[in-house]
Design a protein around this ligand. Structure first.
Ligand code: NIG
Ligand code: FE
Length: 427
């Protein structure tokens, strides 16, 4: 067999967690498909060999330009895929956090004109260039935590011009930063103040003007998402928006049953959504429908943690009922300032009752399925992007045990080292 010349070779792993074999449900969620002492080789950003060290070393040749990483007996895993963030925003909500510590609820703050609308004011006032600068810094922090692919939603503009500004900033982030950034249009995140007394007219605007404007510009959004919630978008309004989005060629997502059981999970299944997110209050019936529709159930335990008075999603029940369960951060300035996936994995083990290997599958290959990228990222298999994390511990099962802290030593994105010894490698 001809030796393949490679530009990246990772050797010396205690275990190479491949997550091979596609998204996982049921009992398979527990299987990380780990190769003890495995190795991995890549060329031009894609994996060309993965397996036991002797087999990989026999199949590839290295040269002076090959980056050789010795994992020195630590675990190697796929880069984290974060399938749900709102990371493109200006301003902060630290004062609302203080109010919540004093007992105010997220909904009370929102009803007083704070909450999402607080961030809408700051984001409308920011230029696209300012949003990009803030976004680049946040993507650096995600990279330091081992995230290599991230979905980012708009939804702090809430006017055609401001949503387009946000989506253009998100598109620029994908071009300017090594991480893969997947854009979602979420003009249906909240009803803006100028439509408060006629929310139906805002739904008309979404359907007649905003969605078509986003669809007309290439690369602005892959998905459309709706906050289906009491006092935000009803099931009927959400259905109308999501159906229009589908007609225009978007795959759809739903913020479902986050603060109450409105039937968002059932709606997500009905419209064939790729994923339903949050699901803190979703009923068994809703979860059964998600499982039957193949809609990925995205759990965001950082939000329950940060909201303090919210329940955690019933992830064990989801697994029992046959859902594909994924994990995301929900990073946003209000309900969840958490972006570190290792900490999300910790919360998932402690509060969603996932086993450490299950939680890692949910944060990699299943998260990739939640954004339609399971053929590209989320596992270490030949042909996929060489997005790899070298941990500072000897087993992937130590990620939650260390409470997610200090577990990421090195990060490789598309074959290039972007984090070394826990620090950014400057571009
Ligand atoms: O996922 N639910 C709606 N959106 C976010 C909160 C956004 C914000 O508070 O700024 C969420 O929790
Ligand atoms: Fe969210």
């Amino acid at each position: 067999m001809a030796m393949e010349s490679v530009d990246l070779l990772i050797v010396g792993a205690s275990e190479l967690v491949t997550m091979a074999g596609g998204p996982r449900r049921g009992d398979r969620l527990k299987d990380p498909a780990a190769i003890p002492g495995g190795a991995l080789a890549a060329r031009q950003g894609r994996i060309v060999a993965v397996g036991p060290s002797d087999e990989v070393l026999a199949a590839v040749s290295t040269g002076p330009d090959t980056l050789v990483i010795d994992a020195r007996g630590r675990a190697v895993i796929p880069g984290f895929v974060d399938p749900h963030t709102h990371l493109c925003f200006a301003g902060d909500r630290a004062e609302e956090f203080a109010l919540r510590l004093g007992g105010a609820t997220y909904q009370e703050i929102a009803a007083r004109g704070g909450g999402i609308l607080n961030t809408v004011r700051a984001t409308r006032a920011a230029s696209q260039a300012e949003l990009e600068a803030l976004g680049l810094e946040r993507l650096d922090r995600l990279a330091l935590s081992g995230t290599t692919t991230v979905e980012v939603k708009s939804g702090y503009g809430l006017s055609t011009a401001d949503e387009l500004k946000q989506l253009r900033a998100i598109r620029a982030l994908d071009r300017r930063h090594p991480l893969t950034v997947v854009p979602t249009f979420m003009g249906a995140h909240e009803v803006p103040p100028e439509y408060r007394d006629r929310p139906g007219a805002y739904v008309d605007l979404l359907v007649e003007e905003m969605l078509p404007a986003v669809a007309a510009e290439p690369g602005l959004a892959r998905f459309a998402d709706v906050f289906c919630e009491q006092g935000v978008f009803s099931v009927a309004d959400s259905r109308r928006i999501l159906q229009r989005a589908r007609e225009l060629g978007f795959a759809v997502k739903v913020h479902a049953d986050e603060l109450s059981d409105l039937g968002g999970a059932s709606l997500a299944a009905e419209v064939g959504a790729i994923s339903a997110e949050h699901l803190l209050h979703a009923s068994d019936e809703g979860l059964r429908r998600l499982a039957a529709a193949g809609t990925v159930a995205v759990c965001l335990p950082g939000t329950s943690f940060s909201l303090m008075n919210a329940p955690y999603a019933r992830a064990r029940r989801m697994v029992e009922l046959g859902c594909t369960v994924a994990l995301g951060s929900d990073f946003n300035p209000g309900s969840c300032p958490v972006y570190a996936m290792p900490f999300i994995i910790t919360l998932a083990c402690m509060h969603l009752k996932l086993d450490p290997s299950e939680a890692l599958a949910a944060a990699t290959i299943n998260a990739a399925a939640a954004i339609g990228l399971e053929a590209e990222v989320g596992s270490l298999e030949v042909g996929k992007l060489a997005d790899v994390v070298i941990l500072s511990c000897t087993s992937h099962r130590h990620i939650p045990y260390h409470m997610g802290m200090g577990v990421v030593a090195q990060v490789v994105k598309q074959g290039r080292l972007i984090v070394d010894d826990g620090r950014l490698v400057r571009r």
